[in-house]
Design a protein around this ligand. Structure first.
Ligand code: PRP
Length: 180
């Protein structure tokens, strides 16, 4: 059972739901009168994206991209590769990049620069979790769900070795599970 591998629950389903709604209200206020293009960076953000986009009461379009930086280890390599690019042209669009976690900043620092070069009207970042202690590269975060300690967090889209993404809450993985 997945639950046996969890040391403690950080954010329950209810807490996540109410925080996602609060972020959506901030976004609605800031983007009033504009159409947002939400970009989900796969795979970790798919659940947050699904919940967030349904909370936002403004016209939205959605697109998805995939980058690889982690492999199956526990820390970012600094090597970032686009493995699936967007389907849509973002020129002149109001882009909101949706991420599950901002950690070292390697992925987002690179990705945001790539997207800026495509000349969107504006670009902002929304991350459900922020681990500021781990930051190596600077990244401006406009919408932050929660600040989290430097523990191995899984669930609500976040994985360890591709597992635990389907846990409905966010928890800390027991160190013995990943050999920590
Ligand atoms: C996570 C997350 C970000 C990145 C953040 O993705 O979704 O893209 O790591 O880490 P960084 O700030 O250290 O660059 P991951 O590479 O684990 O892939 P996944 O979303 O498919 O799980």
């Amino acid at each position: 059972m997945m639950e046996q591998d969890i040391q403690r629950v950080l954010f329950t389903q209810e807490r996540l739901k109410s925080r996602v709604a609060e972020i959506a209200r901030e976004i609605e206020r800031d983007y009033e009168g504009r159409e947002i293009m939400l970009i989900s960076v796969l795979r970790g953000s798919f659940i947050f994206m699904a919940d967030l986009c349904r909370e936002i009461q403004l016209p939205c379009t959605l697109d998805f991209m995939s980058v690889s930086s982690y492999g199956t280890g526990t820390s970012s390599s600094g090597q970032v590769q686009i493995t699936k690019d967007l389907s849509e042209d973002i020129t002149g669009r109001h882009i909101l990049v949706v991420e599950d976690i901002l950690d070292s900043g390697n992925t987002l620092n690179y990705l945001l620069r790539i997207l800026e070069n495509r000349h969107p009207a504006s670009i902002r970042l929304c991350a459900l979790l922020d681990k500021p202690e781990r930051r190596v590269k600077p990244v401006e975060l406009h919408y932050r769900g929660f600040t989290v300690p430097d523990d191995f967090v899984v669930g609500y889209g976040l994985d360890y070795a591709e597992k635990y993404r389907n846990l409905p809450y966010i928890g800390v993985l027991k160190p013995e599970v990943y050999g920590g």
